[in-house]
Design a protein around this ligand. Structure first.
Ligand SMILES: O=C(O)CCC(=O)C(=O)O
Length: 285
């Protein structure tokens, strides 16, 4: 073990005082002048009983490709990153149309403590709108669907379906107005999305960092200190497809950034199942 590490993990005890010479050792004794002085003591190092755990180095994914990010009892988690999925000029034009023409609004959620709703409610730090046939419920509050898709969204849905090889019936649009807008750690694992949701996420506008962190082992009881982490800078026109167990075994977020960030739109294409048709499976929450 390196010295530095050993110092950081000091475990031990103050050694018992030597019998000779006779003097009070583990106590403070008043000096003649009335101030307090410590008696000399020594320290014994004991090797820590628990094995040392390394905090994994965060990985960065920025090149086009298919990435198997984990393989576990639940199955394989996969990402597909396609920077430049939309050519620059097309992406610029679509970004301004969607920014100006989508019915953006700020959703209010309920804070949960276990299964109970706790007041006060809070407003999401971003604007959203929802497209599809069915409402979308998360954080105990439902988004009503816009049944009439904006023509740009219809074009994008077809292009994303063609590229990814998956069909989608719904779309959550997020607008981050600046660096202070964000989305916290979560998985897209609502029962209405089925057991292993496939999510295709298209980014337009300023680059933001999309982070993933693995769900901790059951014995870590919700402690994320030692979990694997990945960061992906999502640039203008990039398509990211999350497949397999990514929504079961990982969480993701777009954190606040405290330097200048312009607006960014993120379109996440999903499939929502009406209750009677829902495929069964394991849900994390
Ligand atoms: O903005 C993003 O890239 C992520 C959005 C997201 O996590 C979500 O809509 O569930």
């Amino acid at each position: 073990m390196s010295d530095k590490r050993q110092r950081a993990r000091v475990q031990g005890s103050w050694a018992k005082p030597l019998q000779k010479p006779q003097q009070p050792s583990a106590q403070h004794v008043p000096s003649a002048a009335g101030s307090w002085k410590s008696a000399p003591r020594s320290f014994e190092f004991h090797q820590p009983a628990d094995p040392i755990r390394e905090i994994p180095v965060e990985k960065v994914i920025e090149n086009a490709g298919d990435y198997e990010i984990s393989q576990g009892p639940t199955g394989v988690s996969r990402l597909r990153l396609i920077p430049g999925f939309l050519p620059q000029e097309e992406a610029d034009w679509m970004f301004s149309k969607l920014l100006a023409e989508l019915p953006w609004s700020q959703k209010t959620n309920y804070r949960m403590m276990g299964d109970s709703i706790v007041n006060p409610v809070y407003e999401e730090p971003r604007l959203t709108c929802w497209y599809g046939e069915l409402p979308y419920t998360y954080s105990r509050s439902a988004m009503q669907p816009n049944a009439q898709w904006h023509p740009v969204l219809t074009t994008l849905r077809l292009a994303v379906e063609q590229k990814s090889g998956h069909k989608f019936n719904s779309l959550l649009c997020n607008l981050y107005q600046d660096g202070k807008d964000s989305i916290g750690w979560h998985s897209d694992n609502e029962p209405s999305l089925g057991p292993k949701p496939i999510i295709a996420s298209l980014s337009l506008g300023d680059t933001r960092v999309f982070s993933l962190r693995k769900q901790p082992l059951p014995e870590d009881k919700g402690d994320y200190t030692y979990v694997e982490r990945i960061r992906i800078p999502l640039t203008h026109g990039t398509l990211l497809v999350m497949e397999g167990c990514t929504q079961v075994d990982w969480q993701h977020q777009v954190a606040k950034e405290y330097h200048d960030r312009g607006p960014r739109i993120n379109l996440t294409f999903r499939t929502i199942y009406p209750e009677p048709e829902r495929p069964s499976g394991r849900f994390v929450r």
